[in-house]
Ligand binder design. Structure first.
Ligand code: FAD
Length: 297
């Protein structure tokens, strides 16, 4: 069989949904064999390689209610269809979640960021993707709708395995709610990829919140080091109540190194990824400390 023959999707029906209700009803009608298409940046390659063969695609790109970035009290609510580039350039995100704006610049290339959506990235859950790590770092909640009703799930419970999330076949992610960073919070984001725009070999992000000159809340998250993004609770706990000094950074790096078990693959060995990720955490935590102190003065 020639490659050009393989690079075409199997036949499917195509439904344009113009409301969340229509998308949900179409998913239910699909009887478990329907797929949502958002930006198509992950789905279309999978269709073309025939890794998946849905009988119907439900296009949600015309549902205006799904694309927004809004302040709601202490949270920022982001519609599932919001494009990566909109998040990257949003003044609201820059003000309240600057670590997220920074992370977005590492996602693929501009053309892909113009189409790819936050809901698609979280639902696809690539083990080296930035947005799942951000959702975990920032204690996001996902709002989900289906024919049987609505539910909310914390990001920490959503990512189940590589490319596997807690979504039933007729579920649609509608919104992602992200708590604003508290005052006196600094952040760091560090990533290494072989080429600009490639998926990360590993990436680390941290936020540190200060109170009376010491760390009152610490969050550390990693991607590219296992099937799902991870938080490193032991390292976070070590930081609380402390001022960051070089000895503490070394301890954090050691704790992270011991806590993660990356797999060896085509791109990097397990040992290399473990070393890389722990060094990146050290840099991310240092940057977060510096920014937290700048914001506290
Ligand atoms: P789609 O491809 O449309 O859908 C992906 C999956 O999510 C499908 O299963 C679909 O059914 C489901 N889905 C979509 N929306 C919803 C919803 N609202 N509710 C429920 N299910 C839904 N990503 C990174 O994070 N980092 C990178 O460095 C990176 N590099 C890339 C490089 C290339 C060359 C390409 C092509 C992609 C890259 N991506 C990268 C992936 C990109 O970020 C995608 O946009 C993203 O993974 C999927 O978003 P999408 O909107 O395109 O989703």
């Amino acid at each position: 069989m020639r490659l050009s023959t393989v690079m075409k999707p199997a036949a499917f029906d195509y439904v344009i949904a113009d409301s969340i209700d229509m998308a949900v009803a179409s998913l239910a009608d699909g009887g478990g064999d329907a797929k949502i298409i958002a930006g198509g940046q992950s789905l279309v390659p999978m269709l073309n390689f025939r890794l998946i063969r849905p009988s119907v695609l439900i296009d949600i790109n015309r549902i205006g209610d799904l694309a927004f970035i809004e302040e709601a009290g202490k949270k920022i609510c982001v519609g599932a269809l919001t494009r990566h580039y909109q998040i990257e350039t949003s003044p609201v995100i820059a003000r309240h979640l600057p670590v997220l704006a920074s992370a977005m610049t590492h996602v693929a290339h501009l053309a892909i960021r113009n189409r790819g959506t936050i809901g698609g990235s979280l639902s696809h859950a690539d083990p080296a993707a930035e947005l799942p790590m951000m959702a975990l770092l920032l204690d996001a909640e996902l709002h989900i709708a289906s024919a049987s009703g609505k539910r909310t799930i914390a990001a920490r419970d959503f990512f189940v395995g590589a490319l596997t999330v807690d979504l039933a076949r007729d579920d649609i992610v509608t919104e992602i709610a992200l708590p604003k960073l508290p005052p006196k919070t600094g952040w760091g984001f560090e990533e290494v990829a072989r080429r600009s725009g490639d998926f990360a070999l590993a990436a680390a992000a941290a936020t540190l919140t200060l109170s009376a000159g010491v760390i009152s809340q610490a969050r550390i998250a990693l991607t590219g080091v296992g099937p799902t993004p991870v938080r490193v609770a032991e390292a976070e706990a070590l930081l609380v109540g402390q001022a960051l000094e070089p000895g503490l950074i070394d301890r954090i790096i050691d704790v992270v190194r011991a806590a993660i078990e990356p797999e060896t693959d085509l791109h990097a060995s397990s040992d290399y990824r473990r070393h890389l990720a722990s060094v990146l955490v050290g840099r991310a935590v240092s940057a977060a400390w510096r920014r937290a102190n700048e914001s506290a003065t």
